[in-house]
Each structure stands twice: as structure tokens, then as C-alpha cells.
Design a protein around this ligand. Structure first.
Ligand code: PLP
Ligand code: ZN
Length: 445
């Protein structure tokens, strides 16, 4: 292979393809592809030297290396020329020390990786910067790509629309009608994408977009395109970097299409191969109980797996019944001593709300992960002295409707325990003072 990184079949047949080929699955066996790097070449630089290089670039101004994805360009996508990189300064999201929440739950070291603190408000930016940059690279090489398309539960389309708008490339997004939040719907509209709202669910949108992209003039941006996984895997490297290159004990991540857990695992495996770390964390993947095909498979030791029809959940971004990266996810869970949990609507909403009272502002998917944390600590499967990281996948501001309805006790299937409604009063000092004192008394009692 002439190039530095390449696609390789992940189903064991090991067929190879160039990264600038328009191809998402293996032509020999139909398996998903995976980006591979020349590990021997990467190992010529010492682990300490890689860490130093990544630290020197982190959040600095030298374009594009101040982006926490492109600051790790050599192990993400070295095939793109710097002039073709479409970056909106992704990654470097806060690792929130959840000191109060940890104490409430009974663990000493709890951290929330705030991946939603991003340009379009979710972790999807990490992968989309790599995919759209590769598209720009291919266009510059003369490939005929007229647009980029994706099916989405709301966040992928927002990221695709923004990166394409920044690059001047047409974007086409397929959304399940009435199944995304207002903020998620307005993002691709504002960015000028062709926004198709189809009367189906995510899995239905996915089927159509695969056909449209089968014609090869429209490039597919879903996570079955493993270029996105390369950007998303930097979350593992970044969070280890944020602990001064120490590996945490447990990582809890919500899963829908299961690209993100595959990426999380891939980042750790790569760091270990390069000698940057020696141990691996335990990975917990959590699904909404109403969209839980991976959980069901875990229940029978992954011996069987059946796609399901996902039911409506407030965790709308993971309302997926037929996850494309199921095999990759199961492989990761086996390698990382994995656990799969689920959360009901009531559990996810109350977990998000309780954590909000400690200074967070959680999306429902982060609520799914938090609910699993509470259960696993209670069952003793996570120890009190373990260092735990929750992957928060989107910004709560994308889901204000969910959050307002929670406090109004207007969410289906949820009995809200932490309601805090605005107090409406006439503008009279005495009444206002009474309300303030009542609140302070309650807080101090
Ligand atoms: C996409 C998304 C997920 C799920 O990620 P997968 O890779 O599909 O498993 C979880 N939460 C949010 C907010 C998302 O946008
Ligand atoms: Zn193959």
C-alpha cells in the first residue's frame, strides 16, 4: 500500500483498500472495514515522545494541530493533506470532576467526559472532521463526489451539515420525522443542508441512505464508514492524556448504533500497541431498555444476537434496533471485560436530573450512562475506590424539551424525583423574601 493508513476488512478476511477509495464494506465478504495504521512505523517513535508531542499541541493555536483530533493526526488520518483539513477545533472537551455526585453515589473518583461541549453539541464532531476532510482530499484529487449524506437520530446530521457548510460541500441528511429535538432539526436547516424528514425510524432512514450512496456519487457519512471511528477514537487518548497518561478503571458509555463504543475500544488498543499504556479499562455499554438489542445479546453471553424494532425512548439518539457496528462492539466488550446494562425511562430521566443538581446539565443519553453507574455501584460491580469516567455524549441544551417536561412532570414513563419549578410571584418584597428564606432553610436542613 502506498498510503500511510488503509482500510482493512474487519471480518477476518483481511482485504485491503485505499482510504481514498469510495467503499464502506468489503467487496469480498461484505464485512465492515476498519482503518489500519502502520504500527511498526509508529513504534519507531518512543511512547514518551508521542505523549510529549500530543501534549505540546493540545489546545494550542497552530492550525490544525490545536484541534485535539488533528493534534494526533499521525495516528488518526495521516493521509489527508493539511490544506484539505476541515476543522472546527474539535475535542479537548472538559473532563468534569463530579466530586459531589461521586460522594452521593459513594465513589471517590468520578469524572464526566463532556463530549457535548463541542461545535455542534455532541461527540459526533470528532468523527465528522475526519470524514469531511477525507472527502475534501478526494475532491482535490479529482474524484467525483457531488455531496455527502447520512441517516441520523439528530446529532450526526448536525455535525455533517456544519462541517460540509464550512467546506462548501453539499450535505443531505435523512431524519426520522418527529423523532429528533427542535435544536437537532434546526441545525442542518440553518447550515443549508437538504433536510429530508421521513415518516419512519432511524433504521428506515438508514436503508434509504445506503441505497442513495450505493451509486457512488454521494458519499456516505454514517458510522459504518470507519473514517469517523478514527476521529472518535481520540476520546480514549484524550481522556488518558487528561489524567496525565493514566488509564481509568471503568468507562461507561451509552450505545445506539455502537460506533462510539467501537471507537473507544480502538483508541485504547492502539495506545497499548504503541506502548503508551499497559492496562485496559473495563468498558460498560448502556442502552435504553426500549432499544436494547445489545443488552439482550449480552444476557445470553453474546451467543445469539437479533435486531429488534426499537421502541420510543427519550434517549432518542440511541433509539436504534439494528446497530450497524454490533460485531465491533461485541469484540470490544469481550476484550475489555465488558458489561452491558440498560436503563428505563424513569431511571435515565431521574439519573440525569439528580446529576444536574450537582452542576451538570445532562442529555438523556448521559442519563442512561449515569443510571447504569448507580446500579453497578449498588450491586458492588464498581468498587468505591475505582476511578470511573462517564462518557457524556451530547450537550443538554439540545434537549431542553425533555428537561422542561421532566420538571413539569410531563414525561411519559417517568416519575420525577427532583422537580424544581420556577416560583411565580407578584413583585412584592415580602413574598419574595419568604420564598428565598424557605429555599435556604430547606437547603440547610
Ligand atoms: C450518536 C449518539 C449516541 C450513540 O452513539 P453510537 O455510536 O450510535 O452508539 C449516543 N448519544 C448521543 C447524544 C449521540 O448523538
Ligand atoms: Zn472481507
Amino acid at each position: 500500500m502506498g498510503q500511510k493508513a488503509w482500510f482493512q476488512c474487519s471480518s477476518g478476511c483481511d482485504e485491503k483498500y485505499e482510504l481514498n477509495e469510495i467503499n464502506y464494506t468489503c467487496r469480498k465478504c461484505g464485512g465492515l472495514l476498519e482503518v489500519r495504521h502502520d504500527i511498526e512505523k509508529l513504534k519507531r517513535r518512543k511512547p514518551e515522545s508521542w505523549k510529549k508531542l500530543f501534549d505540546e499541541r493540545y489546545r494550542k493555536t497552530r492550525w490544525p494541530y490545536g484541534s485535539a483530533v488533528w493534534g494526533k493526526k499521525e495516528i488518526v488520518c495521516p493521509n489527508v493533506e493539511d490544506t484539505n483539513i476541515v476543522s472546527l477545533y474539535e475535542g479537548a472537551s472538559n473532563l468534569f470532576w463530579a466530586e459531589r455526585l461521586g460522594k452521593m453515589v459513594g465513589i471517590e473518583s468520578l469524572w464526566i467526559k463532556q463530549c457535548g461541549n463541542a461545535h455542534t453539541g455532541s461527540f459526533k464532531d470528532l468523527g465528522m472532521t475526519v470524514l469531511v476532510s477525507m472527502v475534501k482530499q478526494m475532491i482535490s484529487e479529482g474524484k467525483e463526489i457531488r455531496g455527502v449524506a447520512c441517516a441520523s437520530t439528530g446529532d450526526t446530521s448536525a455535525a455533517l451539515a456544519a462541517y460540509c457548510a464550512a467546506a462548501g460541500i453539499p450535505a443531505i441528511v435523512f431524519l426520522p420525522k418527529d423523532k429528533v429535538s427542535t435544536a437537532q432539526l434546526i441545525q442542518p436547516i440553518a447550515n443549508g443542508a437538504l433536510t429530508l424528514s421521513l415518516d419512519t425510524d432511524f433504521d428506515g432512514c438508514m436503508e434509504i441512505v445506503r441505497k442513495i450512496c450505493g451509486e457512488n456519487i454521494i458519499y456516505l457519512a454514517n458510522s459504518m464508514n470507519s473514517l469517523r471511528i478514527e476521529g472518535q477514537k481520540t476520546v480514549s487518548i484524550e481522556l488518558v492524556q487528561q489524567f496525565d497518561w493514566e488509564v481509568p478503571d471503568v468507562i461507561i458509555i451509552p450505545g445506539g448504533n455502537l460506533g462510539n463504543i467501537s471507537a473507544l475500544g480502538k483508541g485504547f488498543i492502539l495506545m497499548r500497541e504503541m506502548g503508551m499504556i499497559t492496562k485496559l479499562p473495563r468498558i460498560v455499554c448502556v442502552q435504553a431498555a426500549r432499544a436494547n438489542p445489545l443488552y439482550q445479546s449480552y444476557q445470553n453471553g453474546f451467543k445469539e444476537y437479533h435486531p429488534i424494532k426499537a421502541q420510543k425512548t427519550h434517549a432518542s439518539a440511541i433509539q436504534i434496533g439494528n446497530p450497524v457496528s454490533i460485531n465491533k462492539a461485541i469484540k470490544v466488550l469481550k476484550q475489555f471485560d465488558g458489561i452491558v446494562e440498560q436503563a428505563t425511562e424513569d431511571e435515565l430521566a431521574n439519573a440525569a436530573a439528580l446529576a444536574d443538581t450537582t452542576g451538570l446539565f445532562n442529555c438523556p443519553h448521559t442519563g442512561v450512562a449515569l443510571a447504569a453507574l448507580f446500579k453497578l455501584v449498588k450491586r458492588g460491580e464498581i468498587g468505591k475506590d475505582e476511578r470511573v469516567v462517564i462518557i457524556s455524549t451530547a450537550h443538554g441544551l439540545k434537549f431542553t424539551d425533555f428537561k422542561i417536561k421532566y420538571h413539569e412532570n410531563n414525561l411519559e414513563g417517568v416519575d420525577p424525583k427532583y422537580v424544581n419549578l420556577p416560583v411565580e410571584l407578584p413583585p412584592e418584597y415580602g413574598l419574595v423574601k419568604d420564598a428565598v428564606l424557605e429555599k435556604l432553610d430547606a437547603a440547610n436542613s
